[in-house]
Write a protein that binds this ligand. Structure first.
Ligand code: ADP
Ligand code: ADP
Length: 225
């Protein structure tokens, strides 16, 4: 299958401690890859480098044949907004907006008129089975409902890659399973690839393939391609 995103020999330090020490991984179009490893091993930093949020000190990240470091800041943020979606552990919903407005926001930022954006947002809230929270603010919904809203918001722009960093980390195991089913299920429906950072084997079980990070280095089992 087609390689969509590939990071090679990535290095990044915070002070003296290397967070990434020659890490690399690739993601094929539509593939769900789990990045697994203990706390502090460098998983989030790897995700941030692949998503163009953090610049590695050395190494390359190539998305759809284009090297992220060769792009300007504007081009890179347009790429993030247009082709990538993000789901984090918590805190990513805007507290002042309703859940519907939160899901519509990425479309509004991309220039979609309000009515069309809100219609699409309502449809996505239905797909992740939280129609009932449309007019509530994030502070008024449960953790599981909030994460489903976050999944809808990540997918509403039909991204090519979803970056999910411990998306179930703040949930009990039942809501976590539900969020994982919806995240992976909707990603598969739309053909989005998923880079899933987790330290839980149970969460990684939703992936097609696992990459293990230890001390800033990746260990990737045999490729499928
Ligand atoms: P993981 O996601 O596996 O828990 P991280 O990538 O968050 O690991 O962190 C890897 C290492 O880099 C840790 O030692 C962490 O404390 C450090 N680190 C990550 N981000 C920062 C930062 N912004 N400033 C300083 N140290 C950081
Ligand atoms: P995770 O374990 O999922 O990486 P953390 O709570 O470690 O989550 O990190 C949350 C954020 O704080 C990340 O953006 C990370 O880069 C940053 N961070 C992690 N460790 C440090 C640190 N030692 N100093 C400053 N920022 C850090």
């Amino acid at each position: 299958s087609d390689v969509l995103l590939v990071g090679t020999d990535l290095r990044k330090s915070f002070g003296k401690t290397p967070a990434l020490d020659g890490a690399g991984m690739s993601v094929a179009a539509g593939e769900v890859v789990a990045v697994l490893g203990p706390s502090g091993s460098g998983k989030s930093t790897l995700l941030h480098c692949l998503a163009g949020i953090v610049a590695p000190e050395s190494g390359t990240v190539v998305y759809a044949g284009r090297e992220l470091s060769a792009m300007g800041d504007k081009e890179r943020s347009a790429l993030r907004r247009g082709e990538f979606g993000f789901v984090f552990q918590f805190g990513q919903l805007v507290p002042e907006l309703t859940c519907l407005e939160n899901v519509a926001l990425p479309l509004r930022l991309g220039g979609t008129p309000r009515k069309a954006a809100e219609a699409a947002a309502r449809e996505w809230l239905g797909r992740v089975r939280v129609d009932e929270v449309a007019d509530k603010r994030p502070g008024e919904v449960s953790g599981g409902q909030g994460q489903r809203v976050a999944v809808a918001r990540a997918l509403v722009t039909r991204p090519k890659v979803i970056f999910a960093d411990e998306p179930t980390g703040a949930l009990d195991s039942l809501s976590g399973e539900e969020v994982m089913r919806l995240l992976v299920g909707t990603a598969r429906e739309t053909g989005a690839a998923v880079v899933l950072v987790t330290h839980e084997a149970r969460v990684a079980a939703y992936s097609d393939r696992e990459v293990v990070v230890r001390d800033g280095r990746t260990r990737e089992p045999e490729h499928a391609w």
